[in-house]
Design a binder for this molecule. Structure first.
Ligand code: ZN
Length: 242
């Protein structure tokens, strides 16, 4: 396993300063929950779920639940992406996961109540990037329409994995915003404690054919760092102003 000293040393080479986000009624904010489904977050719930209790993932779920509750209380818009695959269509390089209609592609138990909330839009996606996964066959985009219909100026993003589905979604949103497709969206904010990634240490990956090592703490940091380098804001605290 990579030592924590080594992780700290690597982090120093790509230091990440994080801000605080204070949400107010002045700038309309939308919350995006990326793939907080059983297949990625609930113990022993499939090929890509944690096999042992995972602090980072559990912390991400707790923070997401807190935010979702607050957004629903205020009737602010929430967009929940759910990884969901047809059983016959693989998603290389990953093993089968989150097959549509199974518990793996459902929100974790602590968030299942969102299915009945009026301010929540659920979107099943069968690819890594939730922006692309929001495209319809006719070329329209459910996410773009959601931003416009709700007049969203600030987007707050949480979920899993920091360096995969969260990062790809954030990068696409930033490009779309910069091209003027997401007016009135201004800021894309990633909440670090509301994100998590999986752990596949190098000594384990070595024994799995074709697997890439994926040390959790380091890859989480790298994901946040790249998101910031592309133009997202990264915050370690979110609070609700008056
Ligand atoms: Zn998937």
């Amino acid at each position: 396993m990579i030592s924590s000293d080594a992780v700290e040393l690597l982090k120093k080479e790509i230091p990440l300063e994080q801000d605080t986000l204070v949400l107010s009624n002045d700038a309309k904010t939308g919350l995006v929950l990326v793939d907080i489904v059983n297949g990625f977050c609930t113990l022993n719930s499939g090929n890509l779920a944690p096999q042992t209790p995972d602090k980072q993932i559990d912390g991400m779920v707790d923070e997401s639940v807190k935010l979702a509750k607050e957004f629903c209380k205020k009737n602010w818009p929430v967009y929940a992406l759910l990884d969901s695959h047809h059983p016959d269509i693989p998603e290389p390089p990953y093993p089968p996961h989150c097959i549509a209609g199974t518990d793996e592609s459902k929100l974790v138990p602590a968030l299942q109540w969102l299915e009945n909330e009026r301010n929540v839009t659920l979107r099943c996606k069968d690819c890594i990037d939730g922006f692309v996964g929001s495209m319809e066959k006719d070329g329209s985009n459910v996410f773009v329409n959601w931003v416009k219909a709700n007049d969203i100026k600030v987007l707050l993003v949480v979920g899993i994995c920091t360096d995969i589905c969260v990062l790809d979604f954030v990068c696409s949103v930033l490009s779309a915003r910069n091209r003027g497709f997401l007016t009135p969206l201004e800021d894309v904010v990633v909440y670090s404690n509301g994100c998590a990634t999986f752990d596949l240490p190098v000594h384990v990956a070595r024994n799995i054919k074709g697997a890439l090592a994926h040390p959790q703490e380091l890859m989480h940091h790298v994901g946040l760092y790249i998101a910031k380098s592309r133009g997202a804001k990264v915050v370690s605290q979110v609070s609700f102003g008056i």
